[in-house]
Design a binder for this molecule. Structure first.
Ligand SMILES: [Ca+2]
Ligand SMILES: [Ca+2]
Length: 411
């Protein structure tokens, strides 16, 4: 029993000692001020484990932070953000003021987290007594939360250049949502995929083929806090592997026109080559409907004319077979040779030349007969002249022969 009594006496002595000494120290340097309850947007930040992990400062965060002390404080506490491992040099001193409520137990500051922190890290407020707060000594206290103020940092690791490209890359946030936009002057499409283990990949699916050309690819990552990362850009060139396709719009109607026009469509710009007996000065086709004119053709049948297209990537398209056509001979002239052919509406059957009426037709025949007679007479006169000339020459020759004979006889 005496042992217990001694123990109690000792304990009582300690209590008495504490009861006297602590107030004396407190009077000398001021009583330690309890750390305040610190709330950000109404949520209390913990000072000790287990630390709340729910409060996250993101790129869109602006917190109203209130410090509640359990007694009046004459000098605002000093607040810095940052991490202990950097001794809070990686943060900034906060501007602490009275909360505007004339309550000396509350102090406030507005918190804007540092930008560009990726990925999520533990971050702290450090609250300490003001250096000149001789009467308000305060133990330094930290309050932990999470900061993530940047979106995922992406990088491309591969691009497959086909009409259904595959785009791949890495992400600083393992489960980032990644928006990928393909665009050129006439097209813009955005697709979305999700990274897994820091890797993402997107392959366009059939039906979404990109036409031949060069496209910009922009990828943007979004993290679990909706922070949007900086876009990264690359490009993809989709090769042209599709040959041009020609199709006849209309067959060429038979006519006497020796330079017929021909209309067809082309699926894309193409160089044209002609064959099978046809040619043209038009050596390219545009996308859509084209009309070309064949170089002059002699009358006859043209069953083998072809046009072969080649696109800018040297893809040769199927030959277009021009539907067979015929260039007809020009109509032979048919003229009346007898006045009787003009009668009984016969004059109407002539087209080259044509006549106004029967009289016109008869006049044509009469004039023609007259011309023919003139021509015959003229021909006859020429013949007569020629014969007369021959006769003269023969007579001269005969005379000469006679003279020769006479001279020999006289000799
Ligand atoms: Ca982030
Ligand atoms: Ca092509």
């Amino acid at each position: 029993m005496s042992l217990l009594k001694e123990a109690l006496t000792f304990a009582t002595g300690i209590l008495i000692l504490v009861a006297f000494i602590v107030p004396m120290v407190g009077l000398a340097v001021g009583l330690p001020v309890n750390a305040p309850v610190l709330t950000a947007n109404g949520v209390e930040l913990p000072q000790i484990a287990p630390f709340a992990s729910s409060l996250v400062a993101t790129s869109s965060t602006v917190w109203d932070v209130v410090m509640n002390f359990d007694q009046d404080i004459s000098t605002p506490a000093v607040v810095a953000d940052g991490t202990p491992s950097f001794d809070f040099t990686n943060g900034t001193l906060q501007v602490v003021n009275d909360c505007g409520d004339a309550n000396a137990k509350t102090y406030c500051f507005t918190y804007v987290p540092p930008s560009g922190i990726e990925a999520a890290v533990f971050w702290f407020f450090r609250v300490s007594g003001a250096a000149n707060a001789a009467n308000d000594y305060m133990a330094t206290t930290t309050y932990r939360f999470i900061v993530d103020t940047a979106g995922p940092i992406l990088s491309f690791t591969g691009v497959a250049s086909t009409e259904l490209p595959t785009v791949e890359g890495d992400s600083s946030f393992g489960s980032a949502t990644v928006n990928i936009t393909f665009s050129d002057a006439s097209l813009s499409r955005t697709y979305q995929t999700t990274a897994a283990g820091g890797f993402w990949s997107l392959t366009l699916q059939p039906g979404d083929e990109l036409p031949p050309g060069t496209y910009s690819i922009v990828a943007i990552g979004i993290d679990q806090y909706q922070n949007i990362g900086a876009p990264i850009v690359t490009s993809v060139t989709v090769p042209d592997t599709i040959p041009p396709v020609l199709a006849e719009s209309a067959a060429i109607a038979s006519s006497t026109n020796t330079t017929p026009s021909y209309t067809f469509t082309s699926s894309e710009f193409a160089n044209l080559a002609y064959g099978g007996g046809c040619a043209s000065q038009t050596l390219t086709a545009a996308t859509g409907t084209n009309t070309i004119v064949f170089d002059a053709l002699v009358p006859g049948d043209y069953p083998f004319c072809i046009i072969t297209p080649t696109d800018g990537a040297s893809n040769v398209g199927a030959t277009l077979n021009v539907t067979a056509f015929t260039i007809a001979l020009p109509p032979a002239s048919n003229i009346p040779t007898d006045k009787d052919q003009c009668k009984k509406n016969g004059w109407k059957t002539f087209t080259n030349p044509s006549f106004k009426n029967q009289g016109d037709c008869v006049s044509f025949v009469e004039k023609k007969d007259h011309d023919d007679e003139d021509r015959m007479e003229s021909d006859k006169k020429d013949k007569d002249d020629k014969e007369r000339k021959n006769e003269d020459e023969r007579q001269k020759k005969d005379q000469g022969n006679r003279d020769n004979r006479d001279s020999r006889r006289h000799n």
